[in-house]
Structure formats: C-alpha cells, structure tokens
Design a protein around this ligand. Structure first.
Ligand SMILES: [Zn+2]
Length: 155
C-alpha cells in the first residue's frame, strides 16, 4: 500500500526508475522490467487512484471488489522447507506490472476492510493533492504530512 501511494504520487517515468524503486521497496523483479511492465504499472496506478478518488465508501468497496477479481493471483498458502507455511501473493513468473497490480490490491484491502473504507484520500492542501492511506488512531487525518498540516494552519 505504501508502494502504491509512493508510485502514484510520483509516477516512475522510465523502466529503470520503476525497477529501482521496486527494488528499494524490497520487491525484486524475477526478470528485467520492460516497457510493457511500465504500461501495466500505469494502468494499475490509475485503478488505485480511482480507489482513492471514489465517491464514498460504497463506491470504494465496489471498486476494490473489482480489483480483487482482476488480480489474477489470489493469496495461496505455500510451504517452504525451513520456514514453514506462508501466504504467497503471486504466481511465479508473473510480469512485474501484474505483480504490482496484485500487490496494490491485496496490500490495500486489509487496511480498508479492517480499519475503514474511508481511510484512503488525498491531502486537503489543494496544490499538494497527495494520495495517502490514513493510519491515524482516529481515521480523520486531513493532510499527507506534518508539513502540509502546518502549511494549512499558517493560512
Ligand atoms: Zn500534502
């Protein structure tokens, strides 16, 4: 979910940038990223931003349901020698763009379903407009950062 917000707020412009930022987030591509991955990532980010901009909880829940249905890889329990059972969120050999779509979807689902459908929005400073997941105790965070909070308080 943090990677989705990070990539949505500052979209990667090249394949190399996409690969670097995924690696920095701990996601190691199984094969080199391609232009197709960049296109798929943009599509996945568009879908995620529609979720952010959904008009109310019901619409957001519907969009999330559609994304879950589209995310080809559902979580599967997988056994590894030494470490035991894991939930695996992807199939092997999936292109990076598809892996990202799945990650954005299954990463955002527990947050919204567990903590509240309203906890995904944009910063209220108009020229900022940054998308963020609200993980505050009250669920009423209005700004993406302390900096924007201060900026609005000064006005
Ligand atoms: Zn902001």
């Amino acid at each position: 979910m943090n990677l989705a917000a990070d990539l949505a707020n500052h979209r990667p412009e090249t394949v190399d940038e996409l690969a670097d930022r995924c690696r920095a987030a701990g996601l190691v591509p199984e094969s080199p990223a391609t232009g197709d991955d960049l296109d798929r990532t943009r599509t996945a980010l568009d879908a995620w931003e529609r979720l952010v901009d959904a008009d109310g909880d019901d619409e957001r829940a519907d969009l999330l349901t559609q994304m879950l249905a589209e995310a080809a890889a559902y979580p599967r329990p997988t056994f590894h020698d030494g470490t035991g059972w894991h939930l695996l969120y992807r199939y092997a050999e999936q292109p990076l763009g598809s892996v990202l779509f799945t990650l954005f979807t299954v990463g955002t689902t527990p947050h919204l379903a567990g903590r509240g459908m309203h906890r995904l929005r944009r910063c209220e400073v108009p020229e900022c407009n940054t998308a963020f997941a609200d993980t505050s105790p009250t669920g009423r965070r209005r700004y993406c950062s302390q900096r924007c909070d201060n900026r609005d308080a000064v006005r």
